[in-house]
Write a protein that binds this ligand. Structure first.
Ligand code: ZN
Length: 392
């Protein structure tokens, strides 16, 4: 409450100044320089009676519509402080004024909708924003908030409909979001009516041809139908769509190649992939696994041992240790080297909100601009250290 009291007088004074301008013009007629109501409002504020002060400000609006901006600003401050009841009261009173211009009324309606969102009364917010959509040129905010509501309530059909309307209205391309909505719907229907899922995924790709999520779902559908060739055809597209998601596809690809009895083709593909993306640890581990399946544990160990020098990773080390004898003294210098490199290279701090990683502590995340979201990253090397100590 405390600091807002300082803002209320500012709002009052700006209102008073506006009123003074207004009354100055009428001064000759009325011989009254300013409205005593402002002082009454200020008095309530000074006596810590903000609700009575708000009533005074609301009454003043009838006297002078120039203060609309001030009232909007004041209501926003209340909302930001979590005092949504007061914000709602101010906005509702604003809307009831016949002197408001259509633009001002629209703005007040949007703000009232945001109050409802803030208070968690989503049905009222939805109703209000839908009403705003019926206007000749609906405000962008109405679409955006309706999308937020449908997303929050997981009403994907309505989210899709709204997103399409918004896209055609704003000319802004939100195809990738629409594709995600279709994927959500597809995942929902996978349990109840799986026959429709294929069509939904086609819709997803029609809005975003690079939607990896839809491609993965498509592959799963084909695998369910034992159509491994088609599944693989889908999965192989992911490299062109966005190669960073390949790790998500690898277990499904293994399943397909195994079912088609063609692990050698998978091994060749992984070799070629690692030439293009040498730091893709998951692909390297998958290749080691395929070598193990084809040629045994020793061959897989040899491959990983040789690879880990050039591309050290905790996961690779873990696989190598799992494949061989954990007490093998040959591994000790390698383990020491890798752990040392990891400690030098690793990011010790991670943002829990946006995933930003860094080497030093930030209290304000430089990426998503939030406070207190960055945490020290735990590096679980304790088990390795124990092994090193006991082996040396
Ligand atoms: Zn962040």
């Amino acid at each position: 409450m405390e600091w807002l009291f300082f803002l209320l007088p500012i709002a009052a004074i700006s209102g008073w100044l506006a009123a003074r301008r207004h009354y100055k013009n009428q001064y000759i007629k009325q011989k009254s320089p300013f409205n005593p109501e402002y002082f009454k409002g200020l008095n309530y504020l000074l006596n810590e009676q903000p609700d009575k002060a708000i009533d005074v400000f609301i009454r003043l609006l009838e006297v002078n519509s120039e203060t609309v901006e001030t009232h909007l600003a004041l209501a926003n401050l209340f909302r930001r402080r979590g005092e949504t009841d007061r914000a709602i009261r101010i906005h509702q009173n604003l809307i009831a004024r016949p002197s408001l211009s259509p633009q001002q009324r629209e703005q007040a309606l949007v703000e009232l909708g945001l109050d409802y969102m803030h208070a968690g009364v989503l049905d009222r917010a939805e109703h209000l924003f839908l009403e705003l959509l019926s206007k000749a040129s609906p405000p962008k905010e109405a679409y955006q908030q309706l999308l937020r509501i449908y997303q929050q309530e997981k009403k994907w059909q309505q989210a899709i409909k709204m997103a399409k309307e918004y896209q055609s209205h704003s000319k802004e391309n939100i195809g990738s979001t629409i594709a995600q909505f279709y994927c959500e719907l597809a995942e929902q229907q996978l349990k109840t009516s799986p026959n429709n899922v294929g069509i939904l995924l086609k819709h997803a790709h029609s809005h975003d041809q690079n939607c990896v999520r839809a491609t993965l779902l498509e592959a799963r559908l084909h695998i369910r139908a034992n159509n491994f060739r088609k599944a693989l055809k889908s999965l192989l597209r992911i490299e062109q769509q966005n190669y960073q998601y390949i790790p998500e596809a690898l277990p499904l690809m293994q399943q397909c190649y195994q079912q088609m009895n063609n692990l050698q083709a998978f091994s060749n593909w992984l070799h070629a992939l690692l030439i293009k993306h040498p730091n893709m640890t998951n692909a390297r581990l998958m290749l080691a696994h395929i070598i193990q399946l084809q040629h045994g544990s020793q061959a897989a160990q040899d491959y990983l041992y040789q690879q880990l020098h050039a591309h050290p990773s905790v996961e690779g080390l873990h696989s190598l240790i799992s494949l061989g004898q954990p007490t093998n003294p040959m591994l000790v210098p390698l383990i020491k080297d890798i752990t040392n490199t990891l400690i030098q290279r690793s990011h010790h701090y991670t943002c829990q909100h946006c995933g930003f990683t860094g080497k030093s502590m930030h209290w304000l995340c430089p990426s998503c601009n939030r406070w207190d979201t960055i945490r020290p990253t735990e590096i679980h090397l304790s088990s390795l250290e124990t092994q090193l100590e006991s082996s040396i």
